[in-house]
Design a protein around this ligand. Structure first.
Ligand code: PMT
Length: 221
């Protein structure tokens, strides 16, 4: 008999940055390393969940017991997330690029004349908001919020605007992106819980503990 609290649950996790191609050799990106999302996937698998991890371009080993799908761009991540549904819980820790280049150049952009080329950007799909409003919405949908100011207030706004259950808010003005530790606040519609600064693995374990408890309550309803 399986006694691990997430046995029988399917958890979807996104992690890492996305790369938005400019031409065959260049891309737009951000500093996410994938460490926080991979730690969450590992913690969920350790608690018995079936875990699907949709990962942007990162240099990390796949945690034991996790099904990993590698993607590059936000649109690829959106497609793979859609394919992974339905799940019981989705935890979106990826730092999805808000914008991509409007025109992809099929050939390497050349230095011509004196003026540098202008990059025109266009908005990427909001994967989290689309999962929230879609027909296969998980019963527990958790987003992250990377903020450099007004961390809690911005997280509360994001929670409402994107229609998610919880937002894990983190202040990324230090070296959280790429670093080993994180300081997060778990924001729900009715509460804010501040966690101390701790290794990303420990943040992951504490988050997954709360997920397991919340699922029990959701099932009781
Ligand atoms: O990868 P690490 O180096 O370990 O760093 C961890 C982290 C800082 C990247 C992570 O903890 C984190 O905060 N991830 C979310 C980063 C982010 O993009 O935040 P955001 O506030 O821009 O987005 C809010 C939420 O919407 C996120 O859940 C994001 O996955 C989602 N989103 C954003 C844009 C978009 N087009 N689609 C999305 O689904």
């Amino acid at each position: 008999i399986e006694h691990r609290p997430l046995y029988g649950r399917h958890v979807l996790v996104t992690a890492g940055p996305t790369h938005e191609p400019i031409d065959p050799v260049r891309y737009l990106a951000n500093r996410s390393s994938g460490k926080q999302g991979f730690a969450i996937a590992a913690a969920a698998a350790a608690q018995g969940a079936r875990v699907t991890l949709v990962a942007g371009p990162v240099h990390l080993d796949t945690p034991p017991g996790v099904d990993r799908i590698d993607v590059e761009s936000a649109r690829e991540m959106a497609d793979e997330v859609k394919k992974a549904l339905p799940v019981d819980v989705a935890i979106m820790a990826a730092a999805v690029a808000d914008w991509r280049t409007k025109d992809y150049h099929g050939e390497k952009v050349k230095k011509r004349g004196s003026a540098p080329p202008a990059l025109m950007l266009t908005e990427n799909p909001d994967i989290l908001a689309n999962v929230a409003s879609g027909g296969k919405r998980p019963k527990l949908l958790i987003g992250f919020a990377a903020e450099t100011e007004d961390v809690i207030a911005n997280a509360q706004t994001k929670l409402k605007r994107k229609g998610v259950d919880w937002i894990v808010a983190n202040d990324v003005s230090g070296d959280v992106m790429g670093g080993a530790a994180n300081t997060v606040h778990i924001v729900t519609g009715s509460s804010v819980e501040h966690l101390d600064t701790m290794p990303k693995q420990e943040v992951a374990r504490q988050l997954i503990d709360r997920v397991a408890k919340a699922l029990e309550t959701i099932d009781d309803d």
